[in-house]
Ligand binder design. Structure first.
Ligand code: SIN
Length: 480
């Protein structure tokens, strides 16, 4: 195949990558995933559903306002308006792709409520298994789409630049063999950075590998200090990638308590247990330090656990906790990266030929703190938008001349990786201050030559130090 006829390469098999690949039809697409067809993605683990103002009493303006308030108005307002207006149509599109959303006996969509939403507007599929159901539906479509060629179990290690334009990737397969592939354009849909922190709700693969590639190519990054911490992951001693305990449980009436059983959120925020995530996450972290831990009491819920919360039920039972009879120990955990590769509304980065979509990208829609259940929505809508816009890319213009490769470089050795995760958790977790950030920066500077994870962490710590005021999920205890 000539480079002019090369496929568009999409890296990542989560919802954003799948939606991009599907929308690119009829252009040839090569979809590259690390694990078996994207089965280890954060999308597949997502328990919250999709926020959409589908109720007659609700409106996309109200959804947009909640998004802006959660984002501390650091959002791109035009992107927010677009996302919220398109949300009901996204539900229709997903249904047309074969995703079955939960409905009541009269056939109406069942609407749940999560933190920061002033209305019940969360649509679920399979209860708290929404991400898995949506990913499965889109994957099935993509598997049958003739324009998409899958390549699983490969890790993209480098990008090829020719005349300042990305026109290829270098991958390593599971047997350690290297392959170079031509690309008409490359779309990163590689997810977030939660796994760089000691406690996360993300899978191990969400370690910022795509962000590091974009950095190596010289792409502009944006808002990289904004990391959302979820207040309720299952608190497993010594655990790193922890099962999420969905906020929908609090939407259904479960309550946070400290060790002795006192309500954790009483009097702290008008929305109490459903206050924005950063507020709840900080309170949970504090209770873990001083109040005998943080616990979620879901024993009085009158929901059907098997139907509404099968994922939480299974995760708790697997760790010897029956949430119908026992309180659930919870911890704050890195959950979502609002920052990322700076892109425009069509996913274009500052480097020609390089695009980004979903959590690895930052188009400004989430501001300083993402509203609950807006991420699968963004993955679907922005994925489709990026795919549709790339499908219009002329086929014939390819850069000429010599090329060079830019790669992430060496991986940090396992012991240093673990130390880096602790360092980021302590210094750049739910609470930050200048002294902690400066000291972490010094430690991290010494590790930078050893691996790309330390370089990325250095960038995040620098941005967190420079933003010397609290905003959204970035909370500075020394200058609120
Ligand atoms: C949750 O179910 O609590 C998480 C939902 C989300 O991250 O939007």
């Amino acid at each position: 195949m000539t480079r002019a006829g090369a496929p568009i390469i999409v890296v990542g098999g989560g919802v954003a990558g799948l939606a991009t690949a599907l929308a690119l039809a009829p252009r040839p697409v090569r979809l590259l995933c690390r694990a078996n067809q994207g089965s280890d993605t954060a999308s597949a683990l997502a328990q919250g559903g999709i926020a959409a103002a589908v109720d007659r009493a609700d409106s996309s303006d109200a959804h947009a306002l909640d998004t802006l308030v959660a984002g501390a108005r650091h959002n791109d307002a035009a992107m927010v308006r677009w996302l919220c207006r398109q949300a009901p149509a996204a539900i229709g599109w997903l249904e047309a792709q074969g995703v079955g959303f939960d409905r009541d006996a009269a056939g109406r969509l069942q609407l749940g409520r999560e933190g920061g939403h002033r209305a019940s507007r969360i649509v679920h599929a399979g209860g708290d298994a929404s991400g898995a159901a949506i990913t499965r539906g889109l994957r099935r479509r993509a598997q049958h789409a003739w324009h998409i060629q899958w390549r699983s179990d490969v890790d993209v290690q480098a990008l090829r630049l020719r005349g300042g334009t990305v026109d290829g990737v270098r991958v390593l397969d599971s047997r350690g063999r290297r392959h170079d592939m031509d690309a008409r354009a490359v779309v990163l849909a590689t997810g977030g950075i939660g796994a760089l922190f000691a406690r996360t709700s993300n899978p191990a693969g969400a370690n910022g590998s795509g962000l590091a590639l974009a950095m190596a190519a010289g792409a502009r990054l944006r808002d990289i200090e904004f990391v959302q911490f979820h207040p309720t992951a299952l608190d497993i001693a010594g655990g790193h990638c922890l099962p999420l305990i969905t906020e929908a449980l609090r939407g259904a009436g479960a309550r946070l308590q400290d060790g002795p059983g006192r309500p954790l959120m009483a009097g702290l925020h008008p929305l109490e247990d459903l206050a924005p995530r950063d507020v709840v996450a900080r309170r949970v972290a504090q209770a873990q330090r001083t109040d005998g831990g943080a616990w979620l009491d879901a024993r009085d819920l009158d929901s059907d656990w098997e139907r509404c919360f099968p994922t939480v039920l299974a995760a708790c039972l697997a760790h010897g906790i029956d949430p119908r009879r026992q309180r659930i120990p919870v911890t704050a955990a890195a959950h979502f990266h609002m920052g990322g590769v700076a892109v425009d509304a069509d996913g274009r980065s500052s480097v020609a030929g390089l695009y980004a979509v979903g959590e690895v990208a930052c188009n400004g829609v989430h501001g300083a703190n993402r509203l609950a259940s807006n991420s699968l929505l963004e993955g679907v809508l922005c994925g489709r938008r990026v795919g549709e816009s790339l499908a219009r890319l002329p086929r014939s213009t390819v850069p000429a001349g010599a090329h060079h490769w830019v790669g992430r470089g060496a991986e940090l050795p396992p012991a240093e990786s673990a130390a880096l995760r602790d360092l980021l958790w302590q210094a750049a977790g739910p609470e930050r201050d200048a002294a902690g950030l400066k000291s972490a920066l010094q430690t991290c500077a010494a590790w930078r030559k050893d691996g790309w994870q330390a370089q990325l962490a250095h960038c995040l710590l620098t941005a967190a130090l420079q933003r010397d005021r609290s905003l959204g999920a970035h909370y500075r205890t020394d200058a609120t």
